[in-house]
Design a binder for this molecule. Structure first.
Ligand code: PGA
Length: 252
């Protein structure tokens, strides 16, 4: 059975003063272990300070991408070792905004995830269909294809997570029908088991992302094979993010 994970993706938001939100989350979740893990991925400039603010609390800190190479001539990029040294324990890879803005392909995402695992980080591999693909009835073909091609050999069981994020639901306030989320997650779970074996394939946290908010989190997190969420807008305010975490504690 996969552990729960509530992950915040701050995207390109946050300056030093935003660390107050991280401090509030860290103080609220405290030191006690919980069946649901909690993570915030601030911009890379804040990883180190965020890790200090999180201290010994249960709150983990992650990055939003990493380069596949260990080092070298890649101006502006950061390696998985660099973000690990800064205090990250997770890294989001293949977010649809990276795929769209930076031309990241499935094979690049798989290489990034592989590098992250080699550095001792847990990658969160993002996949999801566009509105046009959904309307053409291609959702399952697209997301299973992305899952297979974006997941490296080294990813198995709980050393990574997968986030299903329909592109048209990100930042729009639109959320699929609960039955559609359920269907997608069941197909992804079956595919993970086929790829990695029944045991390991059952242990990978399968997150839903796309306009998850305090108001809809309980319903989404109650679905079978939904083990958590990847939350953008609603992760920026500690109170909203903590409300989702608390819903996860009841549902998962
Ligand atoms: P959103 O973003 O919660 O603001 O829709 C989710 C994501 O892009 O990870």
């Amino acid at each position: 059975m996969a552990r729960g994970l509530i992950a915040g993706n701050w995207k390109m938001n946050g300056l030093i003063q935003s660390l107050d939100e991280i401090t509030q989350v860290a103080q609220t979740v405290g030191l006690a272990t919980s069946p649901v893990d909690i993570l915030i991925c601030p911009p890379a400039t804040l990883i180190s300070a965020a890790a200090s603010a999180a201290g010994d609390s249960q709150l983990s800190i992650g990055a939003q991408t990493c380069h596949a190479a260990e080092k070298g001539a890649h101006t502006g990029d950061l390696s998985s070792q660099m973000i690990k040294e800064a205090g990250a324990t997770y890294v989001i890879v293949g977010h649809s905004e990276r795929r769209a803005d930076h031309g990241e392909t499935d094979s690049m995402v798989a290489a990034q995830a592989d590098a992250a695992i080699a550095a001792g980080l847990k990658p969160i591999i993002c996949i999801g269909e566009s509105r046009e693909q959904r309307e053409a009835g291609e959702t399952e073909t697209i997301i299973l294809g992305q899952l297979r091609a974006s997941t490296p050999q080294s990813a198995s069981g709980a050393n990574f997570a997968v986030a299903y994020e329909p592109i048209w639901a990100i930042g729009t306030g639109l959320v699929p029908e609960m039955s559609d989320i359920q269907t997608a997650h069941a197909a992804l779970r079956a595919c993970l088991k086929e790829m990695k074996g029944a045991d390991a394939g059952g242990e990978t946290p399968l997150l839903y992302g796309g306009s998850m908010k305090p108001g809809n989190a309980a319903d989404i997190l109650a679905l079978d094979d939904v083990n958590g969420g990847l939350i953008g807008g609603a992760s920026l305010k500690a109170n909203d993010f903590l409300a989702i975490y608390s819903a996860a504690g009841k549902a998962l």
